[in-house]
Design a protein around this ligand. Structure first.
Ligand SMILES: [Zn+2]
Ligand SMILES: [Zn+2]
Length: 174
């Protein structure tokens, strides 16, 4: 969603409140893609005078991220809580020079999708587990061991076999 702050800037003290969702069906990083299950984000902009805008944002996005061990999708809620004073006097050249460039702003237009994407990215966990006790998948037959044990004997792994498994795992990660 694009929120235009042009009218807000015409009058000091003026406020603009918008509730938006993350509109994409999937959140994509350069390596992975996670389905978006739910989202609700409240944006609040207040004209504090002299073309300054107090910007506040809070809400959440829930992504479905595969468990690091068993690969079952896990609902992972990312909380968004953000506050910043936006100085609308600065030209884009000044912003680049001061490393204050906001990709979610284009003139007076605020792009909620770009802003939320960035917040998800900085809050994305390294790994997600369905449970602390997740038993993972059998690395021989691929069975989900949370559903019960498989026929392979995972307790006593043959050292000759683990060499082969290393090679197998290399291929799996590609
Ligand atoms: Zn798991
Ligand atoms: Zn197995």
């Amino acid at each position: 969603m694009i929120i235009d702050l042009y009218e807000l800037l015409s009058e000091e003290g003026r406020n603009k409140d918008v509730v938006a969702r993350f509109e994409s069906e999937k959140f994509n990083t350069n390596k992975k893609s996670y389905p978006v299950k739910d989202s609700n984000i409240h944006f609040s902009f207040t004209n504090t005078g002299k073309k300054n805008v107090a910007f506040k944002c809070d809400g959440f996005v829930t992504l479905m991220i595969p468990c690091d061990r068993c690969l079952e999708p896990v609902d992972y809620k990312i909380d968004i809580d953000y506050f910043e004073d936006l100085d609308m006097n600065k030209t884009s050249e000044e912003k680049i020079a001061e490393l204050d460039e906001h990709f979610f702003m284009d003139g007076t237009k605020f792009d909620t999708e770009v802003f939320i994407s960035n917040e998800i990215l900085v809050n994305l966990p390294m790994k997600v587990l369905c449970s602390e006790n997740c038993k993972g998948i059998c690395n021989r037959c691929g069975a989900n061991l949370n559903m019960g044990s498989c026929k392979c004997d995972s307790a006593g792994q043959d050292p000759r076999m683990s060499k082969i498994l290393d090679i197998f795992n290399q291929f799996k990660e590609v």
